[in-house]
Write a protein that binds this ligand. Structure first.
Ligand code: SAH
Ligand code: ZN
Ligand code: ZN
Length: 491
C-alpha cells in the first residue's frame, strides 16, 4: 500500500491543465478556477473548470465544462454571488475597526460564533452568541490570533493544522541563523505570529514577516503590509493590485535584507497548482533582484507530507526533502502526546543547502558525513544506495493505529524500500492511462497528443463522462492523495 510510484496527478484520473496563454478561466468566490481533465485508460475526457481551493463541491459548487456557453445573465448572477460571499469588511475597514477596538475604554468582546472582534454598537446583534469577554482579550491574547481564532476544520480544503511550539521555534531559529531577515509566510499564520512576538521581546535581530493566507479572519489583526488575503492554488490576491504590490515591495531586497518563503499548504492540496504559484512568487522575486548574483532561485521551504516527495521533486528538481519531522498542536496524529513523541509524516522540502540546516540532536537527529546532511538517527546510511533513506514510514492499520516501518535495501529494486513495497514488476504497478503500457506514465506517452485529437469527437458526444466529475475525482485518487485523506479521516 505504500507505493510511491505514480508521481503525478495522473494516478487518479483527473489531470490539471495549467492554463497557457491568454485564455481566461472563469472565477468562483476563490478567484480564477482551474481547468481539469478527466482521464481514463485510453480515453480522452472532457475538460471542466472547478474551484482551485476547494476539493469538495459542498464548499464551492462552481462547475463549468470548458466548452459551455455561459449566458450574459448567468455571468452577471455569478459575479453577484461571488461578491455576496466576500468577507463582510474590507481590509481597510478591519484595520480601522482594530484601532477602535484597542482604544475601547471598557469591555472588549470577541464573538466566538462569528469569529469577530466586536465594536460596542454590534454587541446587541451578537447578544445570543458565544462570547469571549474582556479578561480573555488581553494584549497578549490579541498578539496570538492563532490561539484566539478557532482553527478551520474544513476537512477537504483548508483544515488548519497549527505548528507545535517547538517546531515553530525550530523553523524560526533556523531561518534567523541562516541570516534571513524577511519571511514570506504562505499559509503559516503561527510562524508569522511568532516572528512578531519575538520582535516585541526585542532579544533578537528584528525580522519582517508577510502572511499570505486564504483565512481572512486574520485581516482583523494585521495591517495591510503584514497580511494579504490570498489563494495559493491560483496565486490570486483578493485585494487586487494593491495587495500584490505589497508582495512586490516585500520581495524586493533593496533594503539588503534576505527573504525566504515558508509555506505549509493544506495536505489535500494538489501539488501542481501549488508549485505553479510558488514559481510565480519566485519569478517575481528573481525579477526584483538588483545584483546579478549567482542565486537564481528564491529560497523556499515547503512543508508537506513525505509521500508527496516524488511529486514535489518533479516540479522542483533542486529541492531536497529533509528528515525533520514537523509537529502540530491540533492534529490528533502528529502532535506529541504526553506519552512521548508521535511520528509525524510531515517534512521540509527546500532548495537551501541541506547541510546548513542543523537538526536538533536532542530530538534524535545526527549528521551523516557521507550524505552531508542531518538525518534521523534511526535511518542507517545504506552503502548500496549510498544515501540515508530518509523515511521513517508511517502507515495506519485498519484500526487506525500508527505503524512504523523501516526501510531496507532491496536487491531486485536496487534501492532502499519498505519491506512490503511493490517489488520489481509487481502487478500493482499502474501503467499509462493513455495506451496501457507499463513502461511509462500518461505524461510520457508517445501517443498522448495523437489520442487527444482522436478523442475530441468522442468527448463532445458526451460518452464516458462522469455525471458528477468532482465527486468521481475524490473516488479515484493517487496513492499520495489517498494517504493524505486517510490521515485526515482519523480526525
Ligand atoms: N502550520 C501552519 C498552518 C498550516 S494549515 C501554522 O501553524 O502556521 C494551512 C494554512 O493554509 C491555513 O492557515 C489555511 O488558512 C491556509 N490555506 C488553506 N487553503 C489556502 C489557500 N487556498 N490559499 C491560501 N492559504 C490557504
Ligand atoms: Zn471556489
Ligand atoms: Zn456573533
Amino acid at each position: 500500500n505504500m507505493q510511491l510510484k505514480g508521481s503525478d496527478e495522473d494516478g487518479f484520473g483527473i489531470e490539471i491543465v495549467l492554463q497557457q496563454g491568454d485564455r481566461k478561466a472563469p472565477s468562483c468566490v476563490h478567484g480564477p478556477t482551474l481547468l481539469f481533465e478527466k482521464v481514463c485508460k485510453g480515453e480522452q475526457g472532457r475538460r471542466f473548470y472547478a474551484c482551485s481551493a476547494c476539493r469538495d463541491r459542498k464548499e464551492c459548487p462552481f462547475f463549468q465544462w470548458e466548452d459551455d456557453k455561459v449566458s450574459e445573465a448567468r455571468l452577471l448572477a455569478r459575479e453577484e454571488e461571488n461578491r455576496s460571499k466576500m468577507p463582510p469588511f474590507t481590509h481597510q475597514e478591519y484595520c480601522s475597526r482594530f484601532r477602535k477596538f484597542l482604544a475601547l475604554p471598557l469591555g472588549r468582546k470577541f464573538c466566538q460564533d462569528c469569529q469577530l472582534l466586536l465594536l460596542p454598537g454590534e454587541w446587541e446583534i451578537h447578544a445570543s452568541h458565544k462570547m469571549s469577554q474582556a479578561d480573555d482579550i488581553t494584549e497578549a491574547r490579541l498578539s496570538r490570533p492563532s490561539l484566539m481564532l478557532k482553527p478551520l476544520e474544513n476537512k477537504k480544503s483548508n483544515a488548519q493544522y497549527l505548528f507545535a511550539d517547538r517546531s515553530c521555534h525550530f523553523l524560526l531559529d533556523t531561518l534567523a541563523k541562516l541570516g534571513y531577515r524577511k519571511v514570506l509566510c504562505v499559509g503559516t499564520p503561527r510562524l508569522h505570529e511568532l516572528i512578531k512576538l519575538r520582535n516585541q521581546e526585542g532579544k533578537s535581530d528584528p525580522m519582517k514577516s508577510l502572511l499570505l493566507d486564504i483565512d481572512f479572519r486574520y485581516a482583523q489583526f494585521y495591517g495591510k503590509d503584514e497580511f494579504c488575503h490570498y489563494n495559493m492554488f491560483n496565486h490570486h490576491f483578493f485585494g487586487g493590485e494593491a495587495a500584490s504590490g505589497v508582495l512586490h515591495a516585500f520581495l524586493s531586497e533593496e533594503d539588503g535584507e534576505k527573504v525566504i518563503m515558508v509555506s505549509d499548504p493544506p495536505f489535500g492540496g494538489l501539488v501542481k497548482p501549488l508549485a505553479h504559484s510558488f514559481s510565480q512568487i519566485s519569478e517575481t522575486w528573481r525579477k526584483l533582484q538588483t545584483s546579478e548574483g549567482s542565486v537564481v532561485e528564491m529560497p523556499i521551504v515547503w512543508i508537506f507530507p513525505y509521500f508527496f516527495e516524488p511529486r514535489i521533486l518533479e516540479c522542483f528538481p533542486s529541492f531536497t526533502m529533509l528528515d525533520y519531522q514537523v509537529d502540530y498542536d491540533n492534529h490528533p496524529l502528529y502532535k506529541h502526546g504526553k506519552t512521548g513523541r508521535k511520528q509525524s509524516p510531515v517534512r521540509l522540502f527546500t532548495n537551501l543547502t541541506p547541510r546548513d540546516i542543523v537538526l536538533p540532536k536532542e530530538e534524535g537527529y545526527r549528521f551523516c558525513k557521507v550524505c552531508e546532511r542531518y538525518v534521523w538517527s534511526g535511518n542507517k546510511h545504506c552503502t548500496k544506495c549510498n544515501l540515508c533513506p530518509s523515511k521513517v514510514c508511517i502507515s495506519l492499520s485498519q484500526a487506525g493505529k500508527v505503524r512504523l516501518h523501516t526501510w531496507r535495501h532491496c536487491q531486485s529494486c536496487a534501492r532502499c524500500a519498505l519491506p512490503d513495497h511493490p517489488c520489481g514488476n509487481s502487478p500493482g504497478l499502474e501503467g499509462c492511462f493513455n495506451c496501457g503500457s507499463l513502461k511509462h506514465k500518461r505524461r510520457a506517452c508517445p501517443l498522448k497528443d495523437k489520442q487527444r485529437t482522436d478523442n475530441k469527437s468522442k468527448a463532445k458526444g458526451g460518452r464516458n463522462l462522469p455525471k458528477q466529475p468532482i465527486k468521481s475525482n475524490s473516488k479515484r485518487k493517487s496513492g499520495a492523495q489517498r494517504r493524505a485523506n486517510k490521515l485526515k479521516k482519523t480526525e
